[in-house]
Design a protein around this ligand. Structure first.
Ligand code: ATP
Ligand code: MG
Length: 353
């Protein structure tokens, strides 16, 4: 029996509906694979912020630190600005725990409609640099209110920061279909992105079995719509990765399906797993939230904790329900509740034993 300790932060809104579904699935697959999870539930959310003035307590990071992973539902609440949850919870966790890889797999499962006419063969992963790049606080505003008003924002690309995320992408591609596409714009951005390109080429030499290419972000975005089946692993800076992962998730059919992982690949600190969607205040409390994003995120957690077989089995069960039944939540055109979908998935997971 392998034991893992998981910090569980359901957060806000439908986070409280999809996180229990993911935990049920983890228990079911854990029982079949000899994995036991001890859970620390943490009531950290925008609602906590409204009550107590902070998303998490002062010693919040210390309390997370001893866990093997963090499972997050969603954070966000009507009237609470995005920067509260970003700076009050997500960014401190990503930074303190060196979660420099943001991983966003995208697949179009059989039985799911994609907005694209030809969505066959979409099975890709966006690897986004999660710690530096364009999202820096360096810069400033000048001459406010005057004709010469201006804003300057600097991007930070470091050899260490780029190399480690590029290495991660090539290693991942080596375990998949062996292709890396690097997002760049070195024809227009003349300092940081040529540096990015050089480092990608330099690291690529260490992965002779992985084919790689670079594409300018504009052409890459177009190709992601026109020929999505072409891609295996796409690696991009913080900004490019952010945009491409949302684009790719939309191609995947529903925001309720998309999973994500914030990884510390060295496992010095816990990594964090969360569905891409937010708290969905418009459907909260109705029991109809799609739990796939949360369940798939839990599968990414299984991979990261060294149980890829268990992770694969969870994803296979998602694919099985979608391809071979009409059980699905309303966002996918069905009439099943979160609970009904989860039960069907667990039934199939156990059946595949
Ligand atoms: P937040 O402020 O928390 O980011 P949001 O409203 O900006 O919330 P989402 O919560 O992602 O963003 O919701 C966007 C839309 O997608 C909403 O209409 C919501 O109901 C829908 N949606 C999001 N997640 C799911 C889900 N898991 N199942 C079904 N519908 C979802
Ligand atoms: Mg939002």
């Amino acid at each position: 029996m392998t034991k893992h300790s998981i910090a569980v932060i359901p957060g806000d809104g439908i986070g409280h509906e999809v996180t229990p579904a993911a935990l049920e699935v983890l228990d079911a697959v854990g029982a079949a694979h000899g994995i036991e999870f001890s859970r620390t539930p943490l009531d950290w959310s925008c609602e906590t912020y409204l009550r107590e003035g902070a998303m998490m307590p002062d010693d919040g990071l210390e309390r997370l630190r001893g866990h093997d992973a963090v499972l997050l539902g969603a954070v966000g609440f009507p009237g609470v600005a995005d920067h509260v949850s970003l700076w009050g919870l997500l960014i401190p966790i990503r930074r303190a725990f060196r979660q420099y890889v943001n991983l966003r797999p995208v697949r179009v499962f059989d039985g799911i409609d994609s907005p694209l006419r030809d969505a066959r063969g979409i099975d890709l992963v966006v690897v986004r640099e999660n710690s530096e790049g364009e999202y820096s606080e360096i810069g400033g505003r000048m001459n406010r209110g005057f004709p010469d008003e201006m804003a300057v924002q600097q991007a930070v690309f470091t050899r260490t920061g780029v190399t480690r995320v590029v290495d991660y992408a090539f290693t991942l591609a080596g375990q998949r279909r062996g292709r890396v596409t690097s997002a760049t714009k070195s024809n227009g951005i003349v300092h940081t992105l040529p540096f990015w390109d050089e480092l990608v080429a330099e690291r690529a030499a260490s992965f002779p079995d992985v084919a790689w290419e670079q594409e300018h972000i504009d052409a890459l975005a177009a190709k992601l719509v026109l020929r999505p089946g072409h891609f295996d692993v796409i690696v991009g800076s913080n900004l490019f990765g952010d945009i491409l992962s949302d684009l790719a998730a939309a191609v995947g059919g529903s925001i309720g399906i998309a999973p994500s992982a914030n990884l510390n690949p060295e496992r010095e600190f816990p990594s964090m797993f969360e569905p891409v969607h937010g708290s969905a205040p418009d459907i909260v409390g109705r029991g109809i939230a799609n739990p796939i994003g949360a369940i798939w995120s839990a599968a990414l957690m299984l991979d990261h904790l060294g149980h890829p077989e268990a992770g694969r089995r969870v994803v296979a069960a998602i694919a099985d329900v979608l391809a071979n039944s009409d059980v699905r939540t309303p966002d996918l055109g069905g009439s099943a509740s979160t609970q009904e979908f989860t039960e069907e998935l667990i039934r199939r997971l156990k059946g595949a034993a």
